[in-house]
Write a protein that binds this ligand. Structure first.
Ligand code: S5P
Length: 457
């Protein structure tokens, strides 16, 4: 069976349909693909197995998996015919004590090829890869029967995976048109539907109002460097700003460590921010109940809301903390700590996901996330799960990898920004340099070069 015959057969058994279909989401779609019934047609099943075998014959892998339910019997046949072991992952949540979620025998470090019936976005495939990787299985390649996505191949490639597809939606359209099985109007409807869908996705990517201001400042100053000015007296504080203020887009403070803090500090800080054109970000890491953080943010000795555009927020106490902080105020926004740089921190994957969910609901109050990663790829995957186009700010950055004696872990400027950091937060890398100004300039230039190539090509 060749590809053309395969598509025609799919159409014949009703696995690919064109018309008007209401999807689960309520959206009306002009096409509908459902390959589940293929298993009831032996010749068709045999045909797809042969096509898949041909497609993957040159790939390197030790075993095969199929994503339940539709792709699993197909993967089983491919595996048996290619004399490769098969594994699969149970769909149900693991009950206590059941061991691995993976069914089948495998050794850790085994490379597994993933077979699926359809691909719509890269995100669900990435989640599949991650759940296998957690079990010690290496995933590099995905093979799908139909690619109906806009650019899932590119999305996956950015994360280090390769997508192979037997046939794309466009190919199906061309083929059916050639056979006069699909008229011009239907084809137009499908194309329009897909275009709308992708622009809808783009539009739903909200932008926090303060983010525009920060992005503009970044472009104006050619800088995505945030200085973490962790010094403990005003002389050192403003002395350092004199040297490096023009290099940074934002200043990150821990105002409570200034031992000679007095009423002159904030007006002076604001003058610097104005003259040297940077935003102010108080790294207060709020974590209490709404009512308490409201006082901590707006009142007390520091009256942070009077002078800091941004603050950091922990989500431990639940999403209402955002209301406590920002409700009724304008010109303020938070960066939620979704991952931390310190060794042994408790912000695991599940916690990060909950942060993303909360942020999704309050785009006006969450400008982005603080995050970190073990490598460029790790950061890319982390960022790909952000709900919209929130910014990623990354502390724990130095010229070289390393650690301090109290649990701080550093990755390089290059890894941070290539991985997706929009701004890097640098403290001691600059503060402890012999010539902080030269060093700040170097950090700025190196981070900006990569950012510019990534975001403003
Ligand atoms: O996970 C984090 C989050 C933050 S905000 N790890 C961090 O190091 N930070 C902050 O970044 C930390 O509080 C400090 O002010 C700065 C890093 O400083 P450095 O001297 O290690 O660069």
């Amino acid at each position: 069976m060749n590809k053309e015959q395969f598509v025609l057969e799919l159409k014949k058994i009703g696995a690919i349909k064109f018309g008007s279909f209401t999807l689960k989401s309520g959206i009306i779609s002009p096409f509908y693909f459902d390959l589940r019934d293929m298993i009831s047609f032996p010749a068709l099943l045999d045909g797809v197995v042969e096509l898949l075998k041909e497609k993957i014959k040159d790939l390197e892998f030790d075993m095969i998996t199929g994503i339940p339910y539709t792709a699993l019997p197909i993967a089983a046949l491919v595996a048996a015919k290619m004399n490769k072991p098969l594994v699969y992952m149970r769909k149900e949540e693991k009950a206590y004590g059941m061991g691995s979620k993976v069914i089948g025998k495998f050794a850790k470090g085994t490379k597994c090829l993933v077979i699926d019936d359809l691909i719509t976005t890269g995100a669900s495939k990435m989640e599949t890869a991650e759940s296998y990787e957690k079990e010690g299985i290496i995933i590099e390649d995905f093979v799908v029967i139909i690619d109906r996505s806009a650019n899932a191949g590119k999305e996956l490639a950015d994360l280090g995976y390769t997508l192979h597809s037997l046939i794309s939606l466009d190919e199906i359209l061309v083929l059916l048109q050639r056979k006069s099985l699909l008229n011009e109007d239907r084809i137009k409807a499908v194309k329009m539907f897909n275009e709308n869908l992708s622009s809808h996705v783009k539009q739903s990517k909200y932008v926090n109002p303060l983010t525009q201001k920060l992005l503009q400042k970044m472009r104006d100053k050619s800088s995505n460097l945030v200085l973490s000015l962790d010094v403990t007296n005003q002389k050192e504080f403003f002395g350092m700003l004199d040297q490096v203020g023009d290099q940074i887009v934002m200043l990150k403070t821990h105002v409570d460590i200034i031992e000679d803090f007095d009423e002159r500090f904030i007006p002076r800080l604001l003058r610097y921010a104005n003259q040297q054109n940077f935003l102010i970000f108080e790294d207060r890491k709020f974590a209490d109940i709404g009512n308490t953080v409201r006082h901590q943010f707006r009142e007390g000795v520091y009256r942070i809301a009077d002078w800091a555009e941004y603050v950091t927020v922990h989500m431990l106490a639940g999403e209402m903390i955002l209301q406590g902080l920002f409700e009724g105020l304008e010109g303020h926004s938070g960066f939620v700590l979704a991952r931390m740089s310190s060794k042994g921190n408790l912000l695991n994957e599940n916690y990060s996901r909950n942060c993303f969910e909360a942020a999704r609901k309050y785009p006006q109050w969450v400008a982005g996330f603080i995050g970190h990663g073990s490598s460029m790829e790790d950061i890319k995957r982390f960022k790909s799960k952000f709900p919209g186009n929130e910014l990623l700010l990354m502390p724990g950055v130095k010229k070289e990898e390393g650690a301090d004696a109290m649990g701080q872990q550093y990755i390089t400027i290059e890894e941070a920004v290539s991985g997706g950091a929009d701004c890097i937060i640098v403290g001691r890398g600059i503060l402890e340099a012999e010539e902080p100004r030269t060093e700040a300039k170097l950090y700025r230039e190196r981070a900006w070069r990569i950012y510019k190539k990534r975001e403003l090509p």
